[in-house]
Design a protein around this ligand. Structure first.
Ligand code: NDP
Length: 498
């Protein structure tokens, strides 16, 4: 059995049966059969069936939020807004837009070849069985959206939640069992990545993985054996850059939420804060004061802002990274230790001043409530500092000059850049989500998310009655054909490109 522990109270809250490795082949076989039936159903019918999950969820808003809170350690209100609402909102968007994005056939112009009565249409087909491997930090909204996009596109899904969040994984399975879709279209398996990971990848037609960069690389290596496509949503070290003309009070509150939401266990958390020297002292002083006001406690108690971390290993790892930062010369302004008043895995909201962009504490992902702050005086310089990092998931630029903000955004090498916002764009179902560099490969959400779980099929239709010009024999007549081709090719020279 896999036990689920509440990381805030350390109480056992449930357990699920581990999936035996030798069952995976059978699970995939069933998934494949279910997928064949499902793919024959029209897109709009699929959408009509899948949207029913919103009805199921709407009867359990509080129950699901509480379950997430108990298993991950975040406040139930935060679980509702960032996870449960996020699922309802994105499912509604996908329901409304899947037919436009994936439906129908698109005829493409073939230029010269059309004069020979040749035509091409392109359509998108499901890939088959998609394996969704989820992380612990947003155990509901991240895999749920990936499952919904995969299903709407005509795939079946084998889903493995993190071993830390098996009860939320079980809840996802339960929700899909309550709607009218073929049996085995969604199957959830439980067990550690080290046991189930390889066969899960080997049998899959596509893997959508969300988790650490180290595991993502392992998955990609494994996928290479079978040339299985992988999409990787990996780690981050998001930067927030504040220019002096920004709305400073809003930026301070954004920084506080951006780093401490979900106890900092967010791939897109504000992890690096770059403050212009003109506002540095004021901003930091206010941020520290406001951080002191945050209430950290068992998240189900009233008015708690910051909950617990997922487990002792993560907490120890974060503390070790902070200690190493101090050894490097970084200075703790607040926090920097486990909360001594609580027995669960609570790490105090921590703000650290660094003095060099090359420091390990600035460069590496610290998956916890830890913010590193640096000073800058020049735009080019700060862009270089932001880009000088192995990760490229999100970033934000704060300025009241939107044109300037957009210009800076274009220079930053991350999958998303927000101007005057932080973190929240994962919630936007319409826009692509994913990173550059060590933050991953592929995109979920929106049109590109649907493209990620489908393959283009090109059908070429020929209505020409005569043999094609380029077919054999290559005799004297062929010389004439070549001359004609040369004339056509010459007509394709563009003298004054527009
Ligand atoms: P991990 O990489 O530890 O685990 C993620 C998932 O992968 C878990 O289900 C885990 O299973 C599984 N897994 C572990 N080893 C293997 C393997 N060899 N083969 C297949 N699956 C495996 O990440 P965390 O759960 O700790 O999540 C935190 C990380 O995720 C952070 O780095 C964060 O930045 C990143 N993340 C990225 C997001 C993005 O959108 N870019 C969003 C959210 C998080 P088990 O734990 O049961 O062994």
């Amino acid at each position: 059995m896999i036990k689920s522990i509440n990381p805030a109270t350390l109480e056992l809250i449930g357990e699920v049966e581990e999936t035996p490795v030798d069952k995976l082949e059978e699970i995939y076989k069933k998934a494949r059969e279910a997928q064949k039936k499902w793919a024959k159903i029209s897109i709009s019918e699929r959408a009509q069936k899948i949207i029913k999950v919103n009805e199921v969820i709407s009867t359990q808003f509080d129950e699901i939020s509480l379950l997430i809170s108990n298993e991950v350690g975040k406040p139930p209100a935060e679980a509702f807004v960032s996870e449960v609402y996020g699922v309802a909102d994105s499912t509604f968007y996908y329901y409304n837009n899947v037919a436009d994005i994936l439906g129908g056939e698109k005829e493409v112009s073939l230029g010269f070849y059309e004069s020979l009565d040749k035509h091409s249409i392109i359509m998108r087909k499901p890939i088959g069985v998609v394996c969704v491997i989820g992380p612990y930090n947003y155990p509901f909204t991240i895999p749920f959206q990936q499952i919904v996009q995969s299903l709407l596109a005509g795939n079946s899904v084998v889903f493995k939640p993190s071993s830390e969040t098996v009860l939320v994984g079980q809840k996802i399975q339960e929700i899909f069992e309550k709607i009218d879709i073929p049996k085995d279209l969604v199957q959830t398996v439980f067990g550690s990545g080290s046991k189930l990971g390889n066969p899960l990848i080997d049998f899959a037609d596509k893997v959508i993985f969300t988790g650490s960069t180290a595991t993502g690389k392992r998955i990609m290596q494994r996928g290479a054996n079978t040339l299985t496509e992988v999409s990787l949503e990996l780690g981050g070290k998001s930067a927030m850059v504040v220019f002096p003309d920004a709305n400073i009070e809003r930026a301070i509150l954004a920084a506080r939420w951006g780093v401490f939401t979900n106890a900092g266990q967010v791939c897109a958390s504000v992890k690096r804060l770059y403050l212009h020297e003109e506002i540095y002292d004021y901003f930091l002083e206010r941020l520290v004061i406001l951080t002191k006001e945050l209430k950290q406690d068992i998240p189900t108690k009233p008015n708690v802002d910051v909950g617990a971390m997922i487990n002792k290993e993560q907490l120890d790892w974060v503390h070790k990274a902070v200690q190493e930062g101090i050894d490097e010369g970084a200075k703790i302004l607040i926090g920097g230790k486990r909360n001594p008043n609580l027995k669960g895995y609570f790490y105090e909201p921590t703000i650290i001043e660094a003095n060099d962009n090359k420091m390990k504490i600035v460069q590496e992902e610290i998956f916890g409530p830890v913010l590193v702050v640096l000073k800058f005086d020049d735009t080019e310089n700060v862009i270089n500092m932001v880009n000088d990092n192995q990760y490229g998931l999100t970033s934000s630029v704060w300025t009241n000059n939107i044109d300037f903000g957009k210009k800076v955004a274009e220079e930053i090498d991350t999958g998303s850049v927000m101007v005057n916002e932080v973190v929240y764009t994962f919630a936007l179902a319409a826009t692509p989500w994913g990173g550059t560099k060590n933050s991953g490969i592929g995109r979920s959400h929106g049109k590109l998310g649907f493209y990620d779980v489908t393959r283009p099929l090109h059908i070429n239709i020929d209505k020409y009655k005569e043999p094609d010009l380029w077919w054999m024999p290559y005799d004297e007549d062929y010389d004439e054909i070549i001359e004609n081709f040369k004339n056509i090719a010459s007509s394709l020279v563009v003298k004054n490109p527009k």
